[in-house]
Design a protein around this ligand. Structure first.
Ligand code: SF4
Ligand code: SF4
Length: 119
């Protein structure tokens, strides 16, 4: 999924013109992608002269950090609202389960998508 590195974007508008479905607009002089409309064609990556349209994989470290931070927050809130410090560990276990489920969904989805290559 594409995203715009605001520091690299100079607001030239080339990606806005090139996007085949009009999913990119300008906001405060920077390109902004509407992910509801984006069809993942990849055109904006090659169109940007400043390499400001970046790839999703570059956000992996940030995504992991956010997930860990969110889990820590939930652990604290579980302990607070349920009035027992032991709830932290239970919450942590639930979040691990949640991310395991997400992993399985991703793996199974990839398996199904690989099958599309055969049709
Ligand atoms: S083409 Fe690149 S620099 Fe130009 S508006 Fe789009 S993201 Fe910004
Ligand atoms: S990937 Fe394609 S559809 Fe999505 S924003 Fe870029 S140019 Fe538009």
């Amino acid at each position: 999924m594409p995203w715009v590195d605001k520091d690299g974007c100079v607001g030239c508008g080339i990606c806005v013109e090139k996007c085949p479905v009009g999913a990119i607009s300008m906001e405060d002089g920077k390109a902004k992608i509407n992910m509801e409309e984006c069809i993942h064609c990849g055109t904006c990556h090659s169109a940007c002269p400043n390499e400001a349209v970046r790839h999703d994989s570059e956000k992996i470290p940030e995504n992991v950090k956010n997930n860990v931070e969110q889990t820590k927050k939930f652990m604290e809130l579980c302990a607070k609202y349920l009035g027992d410090v032991k709830e932290k560990g239970k919450c942590l276990q639930r979040m691990i389960k949640h991310y395991n489920k997400e992993k399985i969904v991703a793996e199974k989805t990839i398996e199904e998508l690989e099958k599309l290559k055969e049709v």
